[in-house]
Design a protein around this ligand. Sequence first.
Ligand SMILES: Nc1ncnc2c1ncn2[C@@H]1O[C@H](COP(=O)(O)OP(=O)(O)OP(=O)(O)O)[C@@H](O)[C@H]1O
Ligand SMILES: [Mg+2]
Length: 710
Amino acid sequence: MADTEEILQELLSVEVELQDVQDQIKIFLDRQEKLYDRQSELKALLESCEVSACENKDATTGTSESWSGEFDWDSRANDVRLNVFGITSYRANQREIINAIMSGRDVLVIMAAGGGKSLCYQLPAIMRDGVALIVSPLLSLIQDQVMGLAALGIPAYMLTSTTSKDNEKFIYKALEKGEGELKILYVTPEKISKSKRFMSKLEKCYNASRLSLISIDEAHCCSQWGHDFRPDYKNLGILKTQFPSIPIIALTATATKKVQLDLIEMLRIPKCVKFVSTVNRPNLFYMVREKPSVGKMVIDEIAEFIRHSYSNNESGIVYCFSRRECEQVATELREKGISANYYHADMDANAREKVHMRWSSGKLQVIVGTVAFGMGINKPDVRFVIHHTLSKSMETYYQESGRAGRDGLPSECLLYFRPADAQRQSSMVFYENCGLENLYGLVRYCQSKTECRRSAFFRHFAEPLQDCNEMCDNCSFLDEVKETDVSGQAKIMVSLLQDIQENDQRVTMLQLVDKMKVKNKGSGPELKKDELEQLVVQLILDRVLKEEFQHTAYSTNAYVTVGPLAKQVLQGKKIVKIVSSVQKNSKELVKASKRNRSSELELKLDEFRKELSAIHGGIFPHSVLSTQQICRLSSHKPATMKELENIIGKLKSEKYGSKILEEIKRYESENQKLDHSADYSPEKEQERSHAKKLKSAKNLVVVESSEDEG
Ligand SMILES: Nc1ncnc2c1ncn2[C@@H]1O[C@H](COP(=O)(O)OP(=O)(O)OP(=O)(O)O)[C@@H](O)[C@H]1O
Ligand SMILES: [Mg+2]
């Protein structure tokens, strides 16, 4: 008997020890996993450093692969750039890409949203003899581009399901016989893969040496590894096979290394010249706000932000989690006097298109959309993107927020975060490959009160760090940050959860927080509800807790359970801290906003471009004059046609020049009258000097943004 007792005793202690070893193995495995992650991040970083060092070397040694030197077409290209497109200088890599294409090479371009990819193929398309074929995935994108080019007097057409019979005839004739003026032809990928007739006309065009170049826009759609995969893009490899001597330019805003390799293989362009630009969007100001738990307060804040910072009807987007939420937020914003409407996949295509058009032409200020409001957005002057709920990953947040400021002017990206939203998202993404991991990446970004938001993007995309220039909340507001050791509360939380699980029960995050509030009463410093929510999320990120999901007929519920590293907290081996900051309220947020208000002349020119767009019909205001051109006009105030041409080019000067000069002259003389007016009052003087100050601040911004174009 005694022997059995001894054996039992030892068995028990061995089991306890085994459990301990297993716990330690878990800890080591976790550490190993983190180290593997970091290892691959560092390897990717090293690779990109080596590639850019190599590219720099090429560029400076002037080898045959240097695209920044002098070329025969330089002065013609400069002429088309300024006088047709009205663009005063190139942005990073544009000139080099144009030179490579003009030299007949295949090119792969990875350039952030709004980097100016269109110019890279439109300019060579105008300069090279023959017709350029552009493949683009969406009808709305194609329509925007064709409209914009038509406004510049460039013979551009599209061949899609909406093309009239007459236009189709004209296009086929131009391809087959070289009759009529056709310089740029846009098609969707389906035309290449499904229309034999079109391909045979294209063949004839090629045989007569009248095909100038082929451009594949939004090329990431070729790869299954990228987002927005389009099966018809897979067949585009046929273009190189059938037209081997024509240069192909493939362009996309984001492509991981894997997607890049995939593109090169699928499009059969192994010898292409690759241009990879930074993911950095220096003109975007990133910020995260704690989202009040009362829905109405969030809307109050958003409305206040828009009213104060964007009182001149500047365009914006508000992204919401669900269709119902879109409708609700749009209605509530309207009740607060903001011109807003919703956009989601449940609406019929006509209603959606109508909202989109009203917004693109500046008649509607804010679109409240789900992620369905995506790739087709071509509006360059979106000044703010607000996330009412966080996105599902760093990558999607980068893309969605990146729809702001495509014209390079200062714009803001504001994300409202609260832990309960993270749980709403997690029950949507947990079944996706790496869905939870990707979501937690963005949750970390949101929870951080100290790390530069830009650095988080650089790390995510494995790119060397760059200066933020105080263009994010954590780098510029310097909120007061307070760290609190909450290891005690974490321990209570874990054991509370263990008790619940032992009783075969489950809790959601909110139920857990409620239980904690009761349990924690009177025992040490009390945490507020939102601090407790923050603690739960942090413990999930640290794998002390984990999320589990249960399906019902109508939804998926997310529960919180004990995670692999819970023991560490129970045994006091892990210190848990939460960071809180004394956040500025919305009024201070508005004041801290980096954006400069538009000057009076800018507002007048903005009105003027809207009027012209309405008169001409079929042209968006930004195609008449870009916001950047308006800024330059208002800071330089040209008085003669020659001066005007130097800013917006000959073509636009011929079209709108006299009216623009008239507008500027009228403004100048009104201003002079004001300056000399007899009814001088201190208030007016203050108003004017305020306007002047803002104007000079804006000039500064123009200089900054033209630097990045250099
Ligand atoms: N060198 C330049 N200087 C000033 N503005 C420019 C320049 N190049 C392009 N732009 C303007 O920048 C805006 C964005 O350009 P574009 O549409 O080509 O971007 P993109 O790289 O294709 O972006 P996306 O990935 O979102 O499609 C347009 O309004 C365009 O006129
Ligand atoms: Mg584009």
